[in-house]
Design a protein around this ligand. Structure first.
Ligand SMILES: [Fe+2]
Length: 419
């Protein structure tokens, strides 16, 4: 996080006596990343956070990837993920690698009142496609609504509380590294610069610290090693009376991302919002199109040689793609080019603005789909650039030399038979 936050009661110095009203001491906990070299916060608990009552049998929570490697463009229909479960059990992993996991969830049930979760390995960045409510944590409550990214630092105990009537839909990005703003948008002190597409004021740290001094059985499901370890604590985990530091949960809205535009088509890095180890997260937001008199608003074909590109289509009309729906996930792997569907380049000329909303994740190591992803895959997507599928003539329809004979027909047939 780019700035320091302090909530509740903390002593004037670190690591000194901090007495409770009954004369006993509050328990200090330093919560920090990367040994003692990364960001950290110091929290003050009423009761020791180490007071384990029971450790129950771990529950399997491994992600099952498809074993065979593939090299093709893919389309997963995220809207077909069946609603169900709570915000943890209902999580459906779609793709990932050692640097990042991507999941969708459409929770229909709350987690038990005395149940909590923490990811001991990964930071989580959750895009709220639909839904509103509160993220409850020992460091305070973060209110969220549609279009928010919620960042939860790894090892922070929390629970989601949804409100309202809409069916929540979440895109969950998990990474064993920190999410932070791109370096080029920060000065040497970490402050966001004037050309940054968002500002410190757009971050929403916790607004309310709710301290719970309750004894009982409180189950924290701790995710690590592909399992959920249910730890039973004797005291409510939200017993913090004060904290300060740089590590805390926050929300920032995709709608607060100010788009960067130009006379001609701007490359994807202008949409970048976060970076983490070996991948970036970009926000495509409503914006004015390029204003050179001969500009082409649709993107050009491109080969992202060293990265896999995932787009999650949230809202609006995605002018360069056909057959894409709200909640669609596309994967365009490095090594093969991709670009606009036939006809969309010409159709984009003269358009003044786009209302699209999308989240992009570009990874620098290959992504692997999961077995769950195959159940919602549009298997025809890889062939969706064939012009005849869009009512356009074949680009190589020009007459062939006489000796080619039936070769033209054979070319079309071979593409068809490749399915
Ligand atoms: Fe692309």
């Amino acid at each position: 996080m780019p700035f320091y936050v302090r909530m509740g009661k903390v002593p004037n110095k670190r690591h000194v006596q901090f007495p409770r009203p009954d004369g006993a001491l509050y328990t200090e906990e330093v919560i920090g990343a990367e040994g003692f070299s990364g960001i950290s916060s110091i929290a003050y608990h009423i009761h020791p956070p180490t007071l384990v009552h029971d450790v129950r049998k771990p529950e399997p929570y491994a992600v099952e990837f498809v074993k065979e490697d593939s090299l093709q463009h893919r389309h997963f229909k995220g809207a077909e993920v069946e609603p169900g479960g709570d915000w943890l059990s209902g999580r459906q992993y779609i793709m990932g690698n050692a640097d990042v996991l991507l999941a969708l969830a459409a929770p229909t049930e709350p987690m038990g009142e005395h149940e909590f979760y923490k990811n001991a390995s990964c930071d989580e960045l959750v895009y709220v496609h639909d839904g509103e409510g509160r993220l409850e944590t020992p460091l305070g409550t973060v209110e969220f609504t549609q279009g928010d990214y919620i960042h939860i630092p790894r090892t922070l105990t929390h629970r989601w509380a949804f409100e309202g009537v809409s069916q929540p839909r979440l895109l969950v990005i998990e990474a064993p590294s920190e999410f932070h703003p791109p370096k080029r948008y920060r000065n040497q002190f970490g402050q966001l610069l004037e050309h940054s597409p968002y500002h410190e004021r757009d971050y929403r740290p916790p607004t309310e610290l709710v301290t719970r001094d309750e004894e009982g059985e409180f189950v924290v499901k701790i995710k690590k090693h592909g399992k959920l370890f249910p730890y039973v604590y004797r005291y409510h985990p939200f017993d913090v009376v004060g904290w300060d530091g740089y590590m805390y949960p926050y929300a920032i809205s995709i709608h607060d991302f100010e788009p960067i535009t130009g006379r001609i088509h701007q490359p994807p890095p202008v949409h970048q919002m976060f970076e983490a180890h070996n991948f970036v997260v970009c926000s495509f937001v409503p914006r004015l199109f390029d204003y050179h008199p001969q500009s082409i608003p649709a993107p050009y074909n491109h080969s992202n040689i060293d990265s896999d590109e995932v787009l999650y289509y949230a809202e609006g009309d995605f002018m360069s793609r056909k057959g894409i729906e709200r909640g669609s996930f596309t994967l365009h792997p490095g090594g093969i080019p991709h670009g606009p569907h036939p006809g969309t380049t010409e159709a984009s000329i003269g358009k003044k603005e786009t209302r699209e909303l999308a989240v992009m994740v570009d990874t620098f190591r290959p992504l692997h789909p999961t077995k769950t992803a195959l159940k919602i895959e549009d298997e025809e997507y890889v062939f969706s650039w064939q012009p005849e599928r869009h009512g356009h003539p074949l680009p190589d329809a020009a007459p062939l030399p006489p000796h080619a004979g039936d070769g033209a027909t054979a070319t079309v047939s071979s593409a068809d038979s490749a399915r």
